[in-house]
Design a protein around this ligand. Structure first.
Ligand code: GDP
Ligand code: IMO
Ligand code: MG
Length: 426
């Protein structure tokens, strides 16, 4: 068998959706392993755009089964909306989509608490306000509601009451309106009923796929620098976005992971607060935002933009054990006359080639300047068809981070891709 992890190598929004859609025809199963509706994964096929928040990005391929694993947190109303939107496009999900009964449920008060906390400047981190943090808090505190609970009304009612006992004082303290337990129970039992045909033992299905030698693609959400343990804490999400998270989040043993592919933009973006050493708060940053349409797929917020940070990418290669990098949005750099890449940081007079544990907000990037190119790239289908300066840019990335580049994305559409190969063989 083989299992390949596709992981975000920066601060999210690297183009994981596009790449997973390209790799999915090579896989029997695509499994989302972490995060929730904070994610927004965009697929563009023949100019038509689809943004998925919870459903794996393999769903457009009829032969591929999609699983939402136990490491995720699910807002059932968002899931249902996504299923229905796909149905309206003629994409059937029944019998092809399985949601883990162990995945935790995002409840109305999770979203309320997330919003109220974000409204207080002393604890705001720029979350997506999708209730992700409070839901994972419940999971770790062992008082969460899981998707399987939605299928049993009386269990749901008693578990929910115990859960709310913990949150009522918090909500009161934040000045919010206390939730009505009975109303939530009724609403969520109904959602459970509607979704019944989709909820099941996902990790058993993944295990069977492993045992029957199937090919499994493990789809990450967010990115390495947003990982709860490896990211720029506390400005991170609340789950393990890194490749290691795929094992626990999907139910696959580490010895079954055969390859890890990191997705990175040809420059850097970040949404929300937190350190971003190569951020450009000037015209060049705005030009990247305009050329790359850098507005959040989930919240619509303008993304912060900056030069490619090779120190952060080097770190992502190490903590994910990347075998290969897929570079996206190379076309966005066309017509930028001079390109900078950050090859090291300076902190207190010292040159650092690795990410420091703290004071990331205090480092000064050390840049190398590379020649740009004018040509449009979307028609390039192999790396050798790229302008020489673009080839040099990719070679420099490989040299600095010690990892080879496989696929190169040169436009948002499925077609706009160079060097697409079977991800299971590299
Ligand atoms: P994800 O969260 O990692 O799946 O990434 P998002 O979908 O949030 O953001 C990536 C954005 O870039 C989407 O709007 C994609 O359609 C777009 N995109 C992906 N690859 C390319 C590319 O190579 N060039 C351009 N111009 N856009 C791209
Ligand atoms: P995809 O999968 C980019 C960011 C938020 C915020 C921090 C915490 O599309 O790459 P949260 O709502 O998770 O508690 O917010 O994480 N964030 C993302 N940024 N892409 C994402 O997902 C993100 N998911 C969360 O902006 O800074
Ligand atoms: Mg996104």
């Amino acid at each position: 068998m083989s299992a390949v992890v596709v992981v975000g190598a920066q601060w999210g929004d690297e183009g994981k959706g596009k790449v997973v859609d390209l790799y999915a025809p090579y896989a029997h199963l695509v499994v989302r392993y972490a995060g929730g509706a904070n994610a927004g994964h965009t697929l563009v096929v023949g100019g038509e755009k689809l943004i998925l928040h919870l459903i794996p990005s393999g769903i457009l391929h009829e032969e591929t089964k999609c699983v939402v694993g136990q490491g995720t947190v699910i807002d059932p109303a968002v899931l249902l909306k996504e299923i229905r939107a796909l149905g309206e496009r003629g994409v059937s999900t029944l019998a092809r989509l399985l949601i883990s009964q162990r995945a935790h449920v995002v409840l109305p008060h999770h979203k309320l608490i997330d919003e109220l906390r974000e409204a207080k400047s002393d604890c705001a981190i720029g979350t997506t306000k999708r209730g992700i943090g409070p839901c994972y808090e419940d999971k770790v505190a062992r008082r969460g509601i899981r998707m399987g609970d939605l299928l049993d009304g009386s269990r749901l009612g008693s578990n929910l009451e115990a859960n709310l006992q913990a949150w009522r004082p918090v909500i009161k303290d934040l000045g919010g309106t206390l939730p009505d337990a009975e109303l939530i129970t009724a609403q969520y039992a109904e959602l459970g009923d509607t979704l019944r045909g989709y909820i099941g033992d996902a990790s058993a299905v993944v295990r069977e796929a492993v045992e029957s030698d199937q090919k499994i693609l493990l789809e990450g959400a967010q990115g390495t620098m947003l990982d709860i343990d490896n990211g720029t804490y506390p400005f991170v999400t609340s789950s393990n976005a890194v490749a290691g998270g795929a094992c626990a989040g999907a139910g696959v043993g580490p010895t079954h992971i055969t390859r890890v592919i990191g997705i990175a933009k040809a420059y850097t973006t970040r949404v929300g607060g937190g350190p971003f050493p190569t951020e450009l708060e000037d015209d060049t940053g705005q030009k990247l935002r305009d050329a790359g349409a850098e507005y959040g797929s989930t919240t619509g917020r303008p993304r912060r933009c900056g030069w490619l940070d090779l120190v952060a990418l080097r770190y992502a290669v190490a903590v994910n054990g990347l075998d290969e990098i897929a570079i996206t949005k190379l076309d966005v750099l066309s017509a930028v006359p001079e390109l900078k890449v950050c090859i090291a940081y300076e902190l207190d007079g010292q040159r650092l080639s690795h990410l420091p544990y703290e004071h990331i907000d205090a480092v000064t990037p050390i840049y190398d300047t590379l020649e740009g190119w004018d040509d449009e790239l979307p028609s390039c289908r192999t790396r050798s068809e790229l302008p020489i300066a673009a080839q040099r840019y990719l070679e420099r990335i490989e040299k600095e981070v010690g990892c080879r580049i496989g696929l190169v994305s040169v436009g948002p559409d499925r077609e706009d891709t160079a060097d697409l190969r079977d991800p299971f063989y590299g």
